[in-house]
Design a protein around this ligand. Structure first.
Ligand SMILES: NC(=O)c1ccc[n+]([C@@H]2O[C@H](COP(=O)([O-])OP(=O)(O)OC[C@H]3O[C@@H](n4cnc5c(N)ncnc54)[C@H](OP(=O)(O)O)[C@@H]3O)[C@@H](O)[C@H]2O)c1
Length: 288
């Protein structure tokens, strides 16, 4: 669960001030222990037999990604922390479109729970080709006001959780697979109140870069995706006014939608994304 601690007004004012200052001023901002499958590129492997795990996919970017990968032919393991009803709904939507999916409640901060998530996927679908480490929380606030609880939970979810998921991905993703972690555009120019969150998201870029090297020779691509402001509960929880002015400051004149990010992830999972490796891909409608 998130523990919002920020002063939204401060955050929003900084956001808009930086945006107004001009484009340069602102950006919201090896092992293979369970390898079981062929060396075929998952982008070209027939639809049946490909599987994806998307953490934090009961809503927002993760849910859009789960639905999108299912349409691309992946059997999908959906994951949530508390909203089991929403996770079940995502699975039902995928199945209604003819896809295959399961859901599992698992706290990414807990290594055992993450191992159980991969085991459930293995049991249902026989292996994994794509892992999207998407689960994350956004607690913001100035240094002087950030509580230990809010800071610790964000480190546990974003940093330890990201590590837990990437570690299991390194162990289990089949040769030719894809591993993607969700960073954030806030890393490029973190505003006041955004240090702790931006720090966690910065770590994930390093994780992707290093893991890409560690799985070298297995034809596995590892990348981070760094969205700008996307219209999800992650931002709404801090008050809808946090989003005021962002569409106007964005060259494409709107907020990002979860599907915008799912599209980027789909490209990275496709053959077209095959030469992108160890990178961070920024996707923000031009809000730089
Ligand atoms: N929205 C943005 O503007 C934005 C921008 C840049 C980067 N991002 C990143 O994109 C990712 C997704 O963000 P979002 O906006 O889609 O967030 P969101 O709408 O708040 O959804 C977060 C998802 O993560 C799950 N989750 C949270 N903590 C978890 C935990 N400990 N274990 C397992 N699942 C957990 C939630 O499950 P429950 O439903 O059960 O709570 C939910 O499915 C995050 O990593 C975020 O940092 C978002």
């Amino acid at each position: 669960m998130t523990e919002p601690t920020d002063a939204p007004d401060t955050f929003r004012r900084t956001f808009l001030a930086l945006a107004a200052a001009g484009p340069a001023a602102f950006t919201l901002a090896s092992t293979a222990s369970a390898q079981t499958a062929s060396d075929a590129d998952p982008a070209t492997r027939p639809g049946t037999g490909r599987a994806a795990i998307v953490t934090g996919s009961s809503r927002g970017i993760g849910a859009a990604t789960a639905r999108r990968l299912a349409r691309e032919g992946y059997a999908v393991t959906v994951n949530c922390l508390v909203n089991t009803d929403l996770a079940a709904q995502v699975v039902a939507e995928i199945e209604a479109e003819g896809g295959r999916a399961i859901w599992l409640q698992a706290d990414v901060a807990d290594p055992e729970a993450v191992r159980a998530l991969f085991a459930a996927n293995e049991e249902a679908f026989g292996g994994v080709d794509v892992v999207v480490s998407n689960a994350g929380i956004f607690n913001s606030g100035p240094f002087a006001e950030m509580t230990d609880a809010a800071f610790d939970r964000m480190i546990a979810t974003n940093v330890k959780g990201g590590f837990n998921v990437l570690r299991e991905a390194a162990r289990h993703v089949r040769d030719g697979g894809r591993i993607i972690t969700l960073s954030s555009g806030i890393v490029r120019q973190p505003p006041p109140g955004g240090a702790a969150y931006a720090g966690t998201k910065s770590d994930l870029q390093i994780y992707a870069r290093v893991l890409a090297k560690e799985v070298a020779g297995r034809n596995i691509r590892v990348n981070a995706v760094a969205p700008g402001a996307v219209d999800t509960q992650l931002l709404w929880q801090h008050g809808e006014e946090l989003l005021d002015g962002i569409p106007e400051a964005t060259p494409l004149r709107r907020l990002g939608e979860p599907e915008d990010i799912a599209n980027v992830i789909a490209v990275l999972c496709s053959e077209n994304g095959g030469w992108i490796n160890g990178e961070t891909v920024y996707a923000n409608g031009g809000l730089n």
